[in-house]
Design a protein around this ligand. Sequence first.
Ligand code: 13P
Length: 215
Amino acid sequence: MYKLIVANWKNNPATEEEAVNLAGKTDHENLVICPPLHFLKSVAGVVKKSPLGAQDLPESSAVELKNLGVKYVILGHSDRRSIGETNETIARKLSLALSLDFIPILCVGETWEEKQSGRKEEVLREQIKVVPSGSNIYVAYEPVWAISTSGSGQRDNPVESLETIKFLKSLVQAHFLYGGSVASKNIGDYLKYEEIEGALVGGASLMPEEILSMI
Ligand code: 13P
């Protein structure tokens, strides 16, 4: 079964030259490359095989992203939720994305406090409500605490990720990805389940050999 691997570079690399270099080294039809918005144009100029993704869909530049050939848009990443992006804003961006024929990748995930206080399902239920029925959309389950840069450095137990994804699947129809400290040595632990249709990779996507070995 085809698995979607998405490289979310987040705030990296630091310079345009490095971004272009990394894109050239990791250009592959099975890898979606999502550079920071300010490097999208130059990365679009070098990739020949990788589908392009954007890390957000700013309402004012949606058409510009479309014209650059962007296919996927990541919405609701915890980096954006942590600076105040609400489920309402995400819902608006999601309908804009669908109206412009982007394929949205909606990120959902609980914080460590929410998990520890038994609120995980309640939080996920609220975050996933924005998905309109019958849409072609990916949902990335990314527990905030499992993200290498902002979390505990601990990945989610794959059996628990599977259970959580099954729970989300019972609420909406979508394709599901796992994200959070994914690396070449652990990706198979998630992708072996048919319910997990791909991975959203942050830190490891900046290392060409590492990310290419995952696809
Ligand atoms: P890491 O793979 O670095 O944990 O990042 C996950 C992420 O935030 C991808 O969107």
